[in-house]
Design a protein around this ligand. Sequence first.
Ligand code: GLC
Length: 478
Amino acid sequence: MKNKKKILFVASESTPFIATGGLAEVVGSLSKALVRRGDYDVRVVLPLYGDICQDVRDKLQFAGSITVPVAWRNQYCGIFRCKSDGVIYYFVDNEYYFKRKGLYGHYDDGERFAFFCRSALEILPKVEFYPDILHCHDWQAALATIFLKTIYCRDEKYRNIKTVFTVHNIEYQGKFSLDNLQWLFGIDSSCQGLVEYDGCINLMKGAMECCDILSTVSPTYAEQIKDPYFAHGLDAMVRRNQGKLCGIINGIDPDYYDPAADKSLFAAYSADDLAPKAVCKEQLQRMLNLQVRPNTPIVAMISRLVAHKGIDLVAEVIDRALENDMQFVILGTGDGRYEHFFADLAARHSQQVAAIIAFNPQLSRQIYSGADIFLMPSLSEPCGLAQMIASRYGTVALVRETGGLKDSITPYGAGGNGFTFANYNAYDMLYVLNQALQLYRNKTEWKQLVHKAMTTDFSWNVSAGGYDAMYASLLSIK
Ligand code: GLC
């Protein structure tokens, strides 16, 4: 049998263990999809956060401990492991760094993720796994790419490991003051130029410079981040590294999101048996104290309530939109001003609007299944998964044509699977929303569109092939 390609993912979160956003879903589902292809041995390193629940902890096996250098300090690192869907997960344990509430936003995040990234490389002899490719995701894992190229490359066991760095969102770069270089990160001053940018240490920039392939989560976003409008200051670095840049759209796990098998739903349905979706809608309306009206379309949003999600556009025209026969449901948390806006909107239109200011995975599935139109008017969106999940549940996506939204949702008029608008303009959005509400009245055409949305292949089938080709190209470079 031919040798399997050995890939080590370094990431700060992954389903099914710990998740705060899309990154976790991609790490969890891509690793599983690669293993399913048969010729991959994929392993994932994660921090053992205090927030990881006891059920998960009970399944972990202790695999030994080592001492990890974090610049001048030597820190304990426990190694735990488990296997899930064919993927081996390693959890690195140090209670000083990770036994806290919340994954990010601590004053010493630089040191915490420096420890994590050093550990990801230091555990390899102990677990006897030297990957062909080290695949690091977002700034929290950037230092693993940087350490490999600046420190570990001297060791022959590490020397041939290739690296991929994936940008899931260029907005979060991991910036620290320059005086941390040696005492916190343990990077020699001769390597300062690699990680320095704009007068500070920028870990994402450092990984862009050090990696063999720079990837991001959709083809459109790969183009956009060369442009200052989207790059949060890093456009010049992206352009400089564009020879090794590629964009591969994310997929979703079709088993994890399956309206025919999802235990959270009020009723099970599929593209060929759509009728029970009406039960999901009715129960959702009851649960949220909306009028129970089978023929009134529900427009839904499930989103972090932050500016780049396009919340301003919604705030601008939602009162006008509500003059139509429609209901509006929003689920999410975020900036106080948006939370207040939607709470107030719901109070003003109590029978027509429900605003749930919370993070609630079960309710999100009930909304994906019970709604009719899913609104995602992002100002920027590296990939976005919600539009794919909504489509899979037969809720037609209405998106702005940016990043991965543009690459996954195509306009209905041109035979596509949803609705789109191009300019970041509230009235353009309203115009397309009105068109969608009108089409909803035409039961035959709407059913066809729902069918089209549900049967669009958003699984990893296609995109795991993209990663496969990318890894293969990397391994053929000697
Ligand atoms: C980030 C991006 C999102 C993407 C996800 C997974 O959360 O903001 O667009 O879908 O990463 O790659």
